[in-house]
Each structure stands twice: as C-alpha cells, then as structure tokens.
Design a protein around this ligand. Structure first.
Ligand code: ADP
Ligand code: MG
Length: 335
C-alpha cells in the first residue's frame, strides 16, 4: 500500500506501535505536541521537532528568508507552548541544494537568531547537508516545565468548554492571498498571520500555571483536525458553535470579496498556531479573567460531550456532523 492510500496519521500510529513508550522516566512518548521526560525534582524536559520542506511547507517566492527562519523556530515554540512549557535549546538541521546563495542562508539564520533572542532560546548544535533540489529546515527544540503543570491532549472531560487563544482561519486566508498574487493593504494582517506566526508561548504558560485547563494543543493542521486529536486522546466528542468562532474582520472581508466560505478557512485551514484547549465549565470565567489580566485573548468556541465525533451548530441553531479533515502530508486530496 502506498502512503497516499494510508495517510500521515495512520503512519504515525504504526510508528507509535513500533516504539511504545517504555515507561521509566518517560512521561509521554509519541502522541502529543512534545515528548515529556522526567528531569530533576518535579521538573520535566519537553522535546519536539518540526521540519519545513521547500515545495511542501513553503516556496521561496512567497516567503522571504528571514521570515522563513523565524517560522521554522516559531512552529516548534508553538509545540512547547501547547504543553505549557518554556523553550530552552534548539538544534538546527539545514539541508540545501548547492546552488543556493550563501546570503540567502545567512538571512534564514538571522531570522532564527532574532526569534531565538525574543524567546531566550540558545541554538546549541545541528547538522548541515546537501539536499538535492529542495531546501529543508528542521529544528529540534528542547523545553522544560513543572511535571504537574504539563497539559496533554488527553485530559479533557465531557461537558467542558473548548477555547482558543486567538483568531482562526487567518493563516489559510493569507496563504490563499499569496498564492493568488493579490496585493492589498487591507489583507496584510492575513498575509502576516501566514508568514509571521507568533507562537502563543505566553498564553500557554498562563494557561498551564493557572492549573485550571484540562487539555491543550496548538492549531497547526486545522482547528477541526486538531480538535479531533483532543477528542480522540480524551475519549470525548465536541459541539462547536459557528457563531462563536473567532474569525478576523479581514478574513471575513476577504472571503466575502472572493466568494469563499469563511468556515472553510476557520475549520480546516491550518497554521494559525493559536492554542486550543478545554476547561471545566465552573472554572471557565476564572481562566478567562486570568487570561484577560495577562493581556491574552481567550475565546470559547464550543463544548465537549460524551458522544464521540465533532459537530457544528450553525447560525440557525441546526447541529450537523463536521467532516474531519485537515492537512495530511500524503493524502493530497485532503489538502
Ligand atoms: P504536531 O502537529 O504537534 O507537530 P504531529 O502530528 O507532527 O504533531 O505528530 C504527532 C505525534 O507523532 C508527535 O508526538 C510526534 O512526536 C510523533 N511523530 C510524528 N512523526 C514521527 C516519526 N517519524 N517518528 C516518531 N514519532 C513521530
Ligand atoms: Mg502541535
């Protein structure tokens, strides 16, 4: 069977089956935003890696090298944030065709350097190799957290509030604008959301240290696809309210002007890198107030429930099943 028939998530399940978490100091192996390993005292180390491949995650004509470097690190910080941790050390692997200009690589490095500075991350190693035809940037990021503060995809209970820490759909709209070559100042925030995602590190830390939330993930593959990870990991389902989805004015305007269904971007568009999680109903206002005082956005978008599956309550109040799809690396039809 080809990978295109099985899909990315089925492959990860196979890998997980071959390398079950062997216990001991490993708190969490494959299956969350980071692996979690016991450190000294009540601390844990967090490990994550995400790769950007030319032609898959980016094309050189749509993103400049500084922002490409920043994004390579940002997507990894986002995974550490999704566990409620703090990033510390990065290992950088760079694969490039031989004809790429040294200055171009230097700009990528300077982008990584500037974001690393903002988040107090030290780049402490890596690897460099020829990659025929396609540029490849992989960052392995190490972070840390208190053992009891770490938030997993698997902690949600039924009847809890599902929240997100920022607008969704903007990045997918930004990519669409870039691909279509639309140049308009009013849509700039959408393009920025795509090429300069801000990792929600502060939000993740606030949520984790509040001790109020029960699960957390970052929205990288699409809201519904990532909510499925929480639902499956926590053995619950969810009902999302269309009216409550935080979609930016620019995104609504863009979709309206170009005849695009806003829901397509908000439900299935990826790469927003906001955090999504759950909090028990009676803790919701407390967490919302703490987020507000910390200057962080916090939007309730639905409720979890006992019955599996993800449902959408539309504007008329009608509840329907949502097709679970998002980005899958091997199933091109689901892009
Ligand atoms: P995210 O979108 O948060 O980066 P992924 O969907 O990439 O997470 O991965 C889900 C889980 O599968 C993670 O725990 C990740 O470490 C693990 N995983 C993905 N690919 C591999 C691989 N090739 N080998 C081992 N584990 C993997
Ligand atoms: Mg993630």
């Amino acid at each position: 069977m080809k990978l295109s028939d099985s899909g990315e998530f089925e492959l990860i399940e196979k890998i997980k089956g071959m390398f079950p978490a062997p216990g001991g100091g490993i708190v969490k192996g494959i299956g969350d935003d980071c692996a979690v390993v016991e450190s000294s005292g009540d601390r844990v180390m967090l490990f994550t890696t995400d790769v950007l491949i030319e032609g898959v995650h980016f094309t050189k004509d749509l993103i400049d090298p500084e922002n490409l470097g920043r994004k390579a690190l940002a997507v990894n910080i986002s995974d550490i944030a999704a566990m409620g941790g703090k990033p510390l050390y990065a290992i950088l692997t760079l694969g490039s065709p031989e004809y790429v200009e040294v200055e171009f690589i230097e700009k990528i490095l300077s982008g990584i350097n500037s974001l690393a500075g903002e988040f107090d991350i030290e780049v402490i190693g890596g690897d460099t190799a020829l990659s025929p035809e396609r540029l490849m940037l992989d960052i392995f990021l190490v972070g840390e957290s208190g053992k009891d503060e770490v938030l997993y995809r698997s902690g949600a209970g039924a009847g809890q509030v599902v929240f997100v820490t920022g607008k969704i759909g903007s990045s997918a709209a930004g990519l669409d604008i870039l691909k279509k070559g639309i140049k308009s100042e009013k849509f700039e925030p959408l393009v920025r959301a795509h090429i300069m995602p801000r990792p929600h590190q502060k939000e993740g830390n606030l949520i984790a240290s509040s001790g109020l939330a029960t699960s957390l993930i970052d929205v990288s593959d699409g809201m519904v696809s990532d909510l499925r990870h929480i639902c499956e990991g926590s053995k619950v389902g969810a009902v999302i309210k269309e009216d409550d989805l935080p979609i930016s004015e620019e995104c609504r305007l863009y979709c309206g002007s170009y005849g695009i269904d806003t829901l397509e971007f908000a439900l299935f568009g990826g790469e927003d890198y906001v955090l999504m999680g759950t909090v028990p109903e009676h803790m919701y206002y407390k967490l919302r107030d703490q987020m507000k005082s910390g200057g962080c956005a916090f939007f309730p978008i639905g409720r979890t429930r006992k019955e599996p599956g993800i449902l959408l309550q539309d504007k008329s109040g009608e509840i329907k099943k949502v097709e679970v799809r998002g980005y899958d690396h091997f199933r091109f039809s689901e892009k």
